[in-house]
Write a protein that binds this ligand. Sequence first.
Ligand SMILES: Nc1ncnc2c1ncn2[C@@H]1O[C@H](COP(=O)(O)OP(=O)(O)OP(=O)(O)O)[C@@H](O)[C@H]1O
Ligand SMILES: [Mg+2]
Length: 302
Amino acid sequence: MASSASGQQPPKPNQHVELTICTDDDSAGRAARVFDEQEDDEARELLLDVADSDSYLAGAGSSAPPKIRVRGLRKRAASTGEEILRGVHLDVPRGVVMGVIGPSGSGKSTLLRALNRLWEPAPGAVFLDGADVCGLDVRALRRKVGMLFQQPAMFEGTVAYNVRYGPQLSGKKLSEDEVQSLLRLADLDPALSSKPANELSVGQAQRVALARTLANDPEVLLLDEPTSALDPISTQNIEDTVVRLKKARGLTTVIVSHSVKQIQRIADLVCLLVAGEIVEVLAPSELSRAKHPMARRFLELS
Ligand SMILES: Nc1ncnc2c1ncn2[C@@H]1O[C@H](COP(=O)(O)OP(=O)(O)OP(=O)(O)O)[C@@H](O)[C@H]1O
Ligand SMILES: [Mg+2]
């Protein structure tokens, strides 16, 4: 168990959300998935109407709460009672990219999903800007905390329909220019705008899901292996987008990745999750100094 102290970055103005349904299947190489009817309803509910590492680790002398604070977060599998998260403690300073790495099944996706209440954490376990998320309106929370899942899922309709979805719920219709800018931001050809979303490759759908999330202008981006189906060039472009949004808008990002190299390229801090516990929080350049035996083994083989 470990936690970083909070850092300080300029606060960021109003935002909104996105939220899709998730599955944890490995999506690489499969065609883009469209929500089935039940998921579609659920997803529409969820979709909203919507520095430097040393100073982060040192706390940067700020008394402001971290963007996200996790304290003693626990989760058991309903079916088996098996402990998935065993008292996670973590602070994510505002305006940083926090990497989450760890073995498959260690609880990374489960942790991410607690941050915007895709499952209900216990009161006093997850805080956004110092406020217990359990006390927030869930839609308001998801307006601020957007998420991309391991397997992207598209709504039936065009790419533009998907990108416009969140703002439309709060009465804003994005212009074609705005849709195309968002597609560019997500490293997509703007000409895809009129293409049916169910005809996309997984890699394209992953980027449309990113554009759809960014359309809601979130304060926090939760990314669960967002480049797992992308080629190296597109991966680099998405990484650049994440870093650019951090610098330009103070976006806070929590990114789960199996690529230690990716985390070293873009993260300000990295936490190692092993068997439902955070065993280290480090600067990416310090990963080789991780002490936990499982973490060491994981890193050596990565
Ligand atoms: N809804 C669920 N019900 C029961 N067990 C679950 C559920 N979701 C996840 N688990 C279990 O919790 C553990 C952690 O799962 P999780 O998906 O969070 O792991 P992960 O670290 O994201 O793995 P991966 O790297 O493979 O994506 C696994 O043992 C998984 O089987
Ligand atoms: Mg996962």
